[in-house]
Design a binder for this molecule. Structure first.
Ligand code: SF4
Ligand code: SF4
Length: 119
């Protein structure tokens, strides 16, 4: 039997739903971790992930992961992602609501128990 896949990796809905903004000080050029080429400045010392400024939204860092299964995807800069992304709570209201908007099934209690954090 194949290994269970984290629900985020068959979802990616939050990375396809929100304008993802964060402090410009999180950009690599400012001493942070987010690659500058993946974001643009929007004023007020804020930057936004490319692809989240338009509709349909899709953060340019969201990467297809076909080796994990059909339709799988994940953050291509997971370790370098902004605080905004790190703070997005898996299995909280925004997560449930966004999954529902994309027609994805509700997370089960097992999912939540097995995976305490987003992937
Ligand atoms: S945090 Fe929620 S909405 Fe975002 S990818 Fe994971 S399951 Fe989907
Ligand atoms: S940087 Fe990664 S976690 Fe954040 S919105 Fe983009 S793909 Fe999603």
């Amino acid at each position: 039997m194949s290994e269970p896949v984290h629900p985020c990796l068959t979802c990616g809905a939050c990375c396809r739903n929100y304008r993802v903004e964060f402090s410009i000080y999180e950009l690599q050029s400012m001493g942070g971790t987010v690659p500058d080429a993946m974001a643009h400045e929007v004023g007020g010392n804020r930057a936004r992930m490319n692809g989240t400024e338009r509709h349909p939204v899709r953060c340019m860092a969201l990467t297809d992961l076909p080796h994990l299964g059909e339709g799988c995807m994940g953050c291509g800069i997971y370790e370098q992602r902004s605080r905004t992304c790190r703070d997005f709570p898996f299995a909280a209201y925004g997560c449930h609501d966004t999954r529902a908007k994309f027609g994805l099934p509700q997370l089960s209690e097992d999912d939540v128990e097995q995976w305490p954090e987003a992937a």
